[in-house]
Design a protein around this ligand. Sequence first.
Ligand code: TEU
Ligand code: CA
Length: 533
Amino acid sequence: MEWWKDAIIYQIYPRSFQDSNGDGIGDIPGIISRLDHLQELGVGAIWLSPVYKSPNADNGYDISDYREINPEYGTMEDMERLIREAKNRNIRIIMDLVINHTSTDHYWFRQSRDRTSEYADYYYWRHGNPDGSLPNNWTGFFGEDCWEFDPQRCEYYLHLFAKSQADLNYHNPAVLEEVKDILRFWLRKGVAGFRCDVINILWKESLESGKKKLALTGSEHYLSLEGTHEILRQLREVLDEYGAFTVGETVFVTPRQARDLCGADRKELDMVFSFEHMECDQYFIKWFKRKFRPKAFFDCLSKWQRELDWNAIYLENHDQPRSIPRFGSAEYWKESGKLLAMLALTLRGTPFIYQGQEIGMMNFDFDRMRQLNDVESKNVERVLRRFHIPRRLRWKIIARTSRDNARTPFQWTGERGAGFTDTRPWLGVNHNCEQINLAQQETDPDSIWSWYKDLAALRGGSEVLRRGAFTPLEANNQVFVYRRELNGEALTIVLNFSGKPAQTAQRGRVLRSNVGRESFDGQLGPWEAVILE
Ligand code: TEU
Ligand code: CA
C-alpha cells in the first residue's frame, strides 16, 4: 500500500527521450530501449507525458483520441510492451490524464460543431455579445483571450489554453462518464495511475466576466471550486477499484486548497504538484523574471512541508526552465547540480525527477524564435509584439521562460544528435552535449549521474529519508538547513545556495558530501551540500 510514498518517480517527455526509427522524434520503442537506465537510477514509476493521438499543437496535451497512441510514438502493442517491460523491472507506468480540454480534432468536438448532435453540450459554446465583444473578458494561460469563433456552429467556444484545446463542459454529466470509461480503459491495460493535468480548473462555476487582472482574468470562476472536488471524488471511486494512484497538477493553489485536494481523508487525489516554489524568481507572472531569492524559496518549501503531510517534490518538468541555471549556478555546474539533487531527494514527499535532470542538462542554446516549437512561447511572442516590445527584449523574455528550455533532446552521448537520433531532431540538441552527456558521466564516479544514483539508493535504504518528519533549522539568503527525523534517528541536511563560503552551527558525522569532504566543522565552500548524521 501507498507504494508511492517510497518510490522515486521519473518523468519522461516522450518526444525528446529516445528516437528509435530515425525520424528525429522520440518514441515508445526508444523508451523501452532505455528502461535499464531508469532501473539503474532506482525509479519506481515513470510518469509519461501524453502519448495519445494528437495533432501536437501542444505536443500531446491536445488529445484527439484517448484510446489511440500517437503513430509518431508507436502502436498500442508498443505501449502494452512498455507496460510489461517496465513491470519486469518493477517500474510502474503513470499516464498523463488531460481532461480539462481536448483537441478540436477530437471526434467529440467535431460533432459538437453541430448544435443538434448528441455532443452539442460537451464543450462551452456561447454567443458573442450584441456589441460584437467576446462572451466574457477572461484571459487564458497562454497569455491571450480564450474564445474562438466557430463558423459552422456560429458560436464561440472556450479554450483556456491554445485555440485548438477546447475546454470540456463538466456541467454535462455525459462528459464525466466518458472520462470514467477512459480511466477504465487504461487501468485495465495495467497502468498504475495518472498525473492529472490542470486538474483544479475542471469546474467552471459560471462564465461571467471576472475582475480584471494582470493574468488569468476570470480565474475566480474556476480555480479549485467545490464542483471540481465533486468530480474528483467520483473519479476516485473508479480509481479505487484498481488501487490506482493520482498526482494532480494544481495551478495557483494555496496549501489549504491543496490539502482539500489531496488530504488522506478527502478521497480525491493522492498528492499535488504545487507551483509556489517556482515563483521565487518572478514578479507576479512568469514572464517578469527577477533575481532568484533563496530565502523566499527555502521559506516556501518549509511552509509546504509543514502544511501538507505529503508533497510531490519537483524542481523541473517539461514546463519549467532547467533548475541548475535557475536555482543553482552555471559556473558551479557540478556542485550546484549535486546540491539540487540532494534537496530533491531529501525533502519529505515523493521526488519527481525530470528527464535530463539526472545528468545536469541545461537550458537551450537557441538564439532566435524560429528555433522554438513551444506554442506558449509563440503566443506570448505575439502578445509582446502587440504591445510593441522591441525584438531584443522579446527574445530575452522568451529565452528565459520558454518551456522548450527543458524540452531539448536527452543527451545520451557527445555525438551529433546526442545519441537521441541519427537524423535532424524535432527540436535542436544543445551543443553542450559534448560536455554534458550520460556516456561520459557513466564512466565517472564523481559525476552528477553517479551522485543521483547514490542518493536515490541512500533514500531507498533510509526510512528516515523516506518517511521521517521535516524540521527547518536555518534559512537565510544563502544557507538552508533542515532535519529529517524518525524513531529517534535524525539526519541533518546542510545546503549552501551560493558561490561564496558560508557557515552553520550544525555539526555531525558526514554521511554524504558533494565535494568529497570527510569531516565537517561548520564551514561550507561554494555550493557545498552535506548530509550529517
Ligand atoms: O500545464 C499547465 C500550466 O498551468 C502551466 O505550467 C503552463 O504550461 C504554462 O506554463 C502557464 O504559463 C499543463 C501542462 O503541463 C502543459 O504542458 C500544458 O501545455 C497545459 O497543461 C495544457 O494542457
Ligand atoms: Ca521516432
